[in-house]
Design a binder for this molecule. Structure first.
Ligand SMILES: Cc1ncc(COP(=O)(O)O)c(C=O)c1O
Length: 396
């Protein structure tokens, strides 16, 4: 059952606003639903889409299908390792020597942190640090998973490895390098995983997206298989072949070479994930802002609330009024730095001091705005846990 406005209003009465919360009951349902979508693959949890160590732990402890973390920064990986997490894959390349050295410190303690590379220079550079530090740094190669259709680039600009032959210089560098070893291959199909078919902000493109997705899925399954084959042919054993994200589980799980799917956003199911045809998870995280003035009937101005999301600037990146149902931002003002006017003409009484609940477009970014998350379960606040920010951590 979807919680109502009065459910959260009553639970959060007396809390200082703005405040962010996690509905643990909805989160637990999401954890079970995401497990059911994984097929025979394990799931690596994308920390960037969570950013609350308590929640990372709850997901990983929920079921053996959840194995390891995908981190977004070397210092974050070290921090998580120090917090007791293990089996950490850096989802993005790192260059700074100090960052790589910090990871070596954890490797020396017996922890597993795998660095991401997509160029031979990174391999040589990382190998030098590994040698100097007296450790072997495990590496994963990131291959591009975008599609190029006539007049449409369908995907993101990440790895330069767009064909198996582009792996050659990296494999040659690995042959020469000491201080590193290849353990994995990753390909992130962002255009499948992160793009819904029904996002109103995409307008008419929504008619084309399902068709492009189907074509792209076929193409990239073949590309990933060829990349795996090329690496194995050079004598490497791959411990992990990683793919996907919340929005692509149904296609990524069908690829036989893939061993694990990365999932992050689906656990809190931010508004970005309201627009997919294949699945719908519960909105398990949101935030409350307080009505502080009423400029005219039907208009409620709240303190704070302006937390837009990263990515190309478009309307969908604004916070989405969640409860009471029917609440809306004003086109002219959006969600503001210090004030957010909300238009509402429904049955709930929104007096001064009452909350309005909003959801962020991105699941993890929400918690960069709050020191803590209130945990709600069965009608009450059961705990308050720190976010990365609340632990004094700002990694990117
Ligand atoms: C490398 C990589 N894998 C997987 C994901 C999927 O994460 P999520 O499930 O949060 O969409 C992302 C998100 O950007 C990513 O960058």
């Amino acid at each position: 059952m979807t919680p109502t406005y009065s459910y959260y209003r009553d639970i959060l009465r007396g809390q200082r606003m703005p405040c962010a919360f996690v509905d643990v009951d909805l989160l637990d349902e999401n954890i079970a639903a995401i497990k059911a979508r994984a097929g025979a693959k394990t799931i690596r949890v994308a920390s960037k889409s969570v950013r609350v160590p308590w929640a990372l732990r709850r997901i990983l402890d929920a079921d053996p299908v959840y194995q390891g973390v995908m981190a977004y920064n070397a210092h974050e990986a070290v921090f998580l390792s120090e917090q007791g997490f293990d089996d950490i894959l850096l989802g993005y390349p790192m260059w700074r020597e100090g960052d790589i050295r910090a990871v070596c410190g954890e490797l020396r303690k017996g922890k597993r942190i795998v660095l991401m590379v997509d160029a031979s220079e990174q391999i040589g550079h990382t190998a030098q640090v590994g040698l100097a530090e007296g450790v072997t740094i495990p590496l994963c190669i990131d291959v591009d998973m975008s599609s190029s259709f006539p007049g449409i680039y369908f995907g993101v600009r990440r790895s330069p490895i767009t064909a198996p032959q582009h792996l050659e210089p990296l494999l040659n560098a690995l042959d020469k390098a000491k201080g590193v070893s290849l353990v994995g291959l990753m390909g992130y199909e962002a255009q499948i995983a992160g793009l819904g078919e029904r996002n109103p902000a995409n307008g008419m493109a929504n008619l084309l997206i399902p068709f492009l997705k189907r074509r792209s899925v076929r193409e990239l399954a073949a590309r990933r298989a060829k990349a795996v084959e090329a690496i194995r042919a050079r004598g490497h054993t791959l411990d992990l072949v990683n793919g996907g994200g919340t929005g692509s589980m149904e296609s990524t799980r069908e690829e036989p070479d893939v061993t694990e799917i990365t999932v992050g956003s689906g656990f809190f199911s931010s508004s970005q994930f309201d627009y997919y045809t294949a699945f719908r998870h519960n909105p398990a995280a949101a935030y409350a802002i307080e009505v502080v003035r009423i400029p005219m009937p039907g208009l409620y101005t709240c303190a704070g609330g302006g937390y837009p999301a990263s990515g190309p600037a478009s309307k969908d990146k604004l916070p989405l009024p969640y409860l009471p149902e029917g609440a809306k931002l004003l086109g002219q003002e959006g969600a503001g730095e210090v004030q957010t006017p909300i238009a509402y003409n429904g049955p709930e009484k929104l007096g001064l001091g009452e909350p309005v609940f909003l959801r962020h477009f991105k699941a993890g970014e929400l918690f960069e705005r709050f020191n803590t998350a209130l945990l709600i379960s069965k009608g009450k606040v059961i705990d308050e846990v720190p976010t990365y920010r609340g632990m004094g951590k700002c990694f990117l």
